[in-house]
Ligand binder design. Structure first.
Ligand code: 5AD
Ligand code: SF4
Length: 437
């Protein structure tokens, strides 16, 4: 069967879709080149905000027309929404053939086979706190960057977040498995690896913690760049910071979710740190690694957030000057603690606060990008620029898209570039020399 996976949500889902393709590939299923060719369409879904769920439900409904024309085609839902809603998804849309939760992906071949034989709806959403999908090497679909999952699940129970309920408890993959996968992707030509987990700094396998894992990945010669997402501020230790600084392949960039700049809100969010702690780690990271880029997530309109508390977040963003911030309007998730708080902020206020944060960050990002003018960066060239075939585009170590005059033979190479301008959220540069290719 030809399988097409449509992926929503975080990078964990992108990695899981690659894992699912590898599980299905073992049973002779292949990836469909486009959705038009698919015998099976799988939606890998996200439950973090209601908007994400609504979008997928809309997409699934839209695909029912195709199903009517192609009656043998199967439609499945996997990921957080499958875990959260299970059978209910089938009640919402009878055209869905299977719903498979995040710990049951190994069953997918059998489920698809069963559906081919008889036409019943199947659901598999049992939680398995031990499932780490060992001995499975995902089909890495990126061109140059490979995502490698190092841990799954989350124990933090931030009061707004559905993830601990959909993805279950933290579990780390064996260190040798991870190193083997990194070696393998390196040999296949991916020079840039991103270690993935809901909270990577909680990684722990036998006597190996996250800094030690970083040191070991840093020794793999085929890899040139190492990134990781996501880090929790409460677990970001001095040891991790000094390890990042001493491992030359670890890039000068971290994504660390601040969520709010107000201590009372952080407490109600159950985040386990104060704003002062966050400021402290931001300062330490920037001191340890010159040119360090910091990106974050922020929630506007968390229950009980007053205008004053909102302004604390606003001022925090002004003070810290993130290179980029993903800003979200609080979305109540049934079953989480915060959804039951009685002081929900009206939707219009949440939206208006979000808008102010977006505008603020746009200015900061543009300013920070313009400040890069005159600096020299190493760019990993990924593609010919969308706007001109005389230009190529790639990313810097500090995770900034950079475009400069060049031809397609530079793709896959590391090039030293002088930054001459910033347009929107893109740096413009001119090539100095190829450094590695
Ligand atoms: N409402 C809004 N944003 C949320 N996030 C997680 N849960 C919610 C929610 N209920 C955001 C957080 C997290 C990011 C992945 O999504 O900022 O870091
Ligand atoms: Fe959700 Fe908090 Fe866990 Fe992140 S750390 S996945 S925000 S509960």
């Amino acid at each position: 069967m030809k399988v097409y996976i449509e992926t929503y949500g975080c990078q964990m889902n992108v990695a899981d879709s690659e894992l699912v393709m590898s599980i299905l590939g073992k049973e002779q299923h292949t990836a469909a080149a486009s959705i038009d060719e698919a015998d099976v369409i799988i939606f890998n879904t996200c439950s973090v905000r209601q908007h994400a769920e609504d979008r997928v439900l809309g997409r699934i409904s839209a695909e029912m027309t195709r199903k009517r024309q192609k009656p043998h085609m199967k439609i499945g839902v996997i990921g957080c929404m499958a875990q959260r809603l299970g059978d209910k998804l089938h009640q919402m849309n009878k055209g869905i053939d299977f719903v498979v939760g995040v710990d049951q992906y190994q069953q997918l071949p059998a489920i698809i086979y069963g559906l081919e034989q008889k036409e019943d709806f199947v659901t598999a959403t049992a939680v398995n706190h031990n499932e780490t999908y060992n001995n499975l090497y995902p089909v890495h679909t990126g061109d140059f960057n490979a995502f490698v999952t190092i841990m799954r699940g989350c124990n933090n129970f931030c009061s707004y977040c559905i993830v601990p309920y959909t993805r279950g408890r933290e579990r780390s993959r064996p260190v040798e498995e991870i190193l083997q996968e990194v070696r393998e992707v390196g040999e296949k030509g991916f020079r840039d690896v991103t270690l993935l987990g809901q909270n990577v700094n909680s990684y722990h396998y036998r006597d190996v913690d996250f800094p030690e894992l970083l040191r070991r990945v840093n020794e793999i010669s085929s890899i040139r760049r190492i990134r990781f997402v996501t880090s929790h501020p409460k677990d970001l230790s001095d040891n991790l910071i000094s390890t990042m600084a001493s491992c030359e392949k670890v890039c000068e960039h971290a994504h660390i979710a601040m969520q709010s700049g107000d201590n009372a809100i952080l407490k109600r969010m159950n985040r386990g740190y104060t704003f002062e702690h966050f400021l402290d780690i931001a300062a330490k990271l920037r001191k340890a690694m010159p040119g360090f880029a910091l990106t974050t997530d922020i929630i506007a309109g968390f229950p009980g957030e007053t205008e004053e508390q909102f302004m604390a977040t606003y001022h925090a963003m002004e003070a810290i000057e993130f290179d980029y911030a993903f800003t979200f309007k609080y979305s109540p998730r049934t079953g989480t603690k915060a959804a039951a708080f009685t002081d929900q902020v009206p939707e219009a206020v949440r939206l208006e606060r979000l808008q102010r944060l977006i505008e603020l960050q746009q200015d900061i990002t543009l300013r920070k990008y313009q400040e890069q003018t005159g600096t020299i960066k190493e760019i990993y060239v990924e593609k010919v620029s969308k706007k001109s075939d005389k230009e190529v585009a790639g990313k810097s170590r500090d995770f900034k898209i950079t475009v400069f005059p060049g031809t397609s033979d530079l793709i896959g190479k590391f090039v030293k570039v002088r930054i001459v301008d910033a347009v929107g959220w893109t740096l413009k540069g001119e090539m100095i020399e190829v450094v590695d290719g």
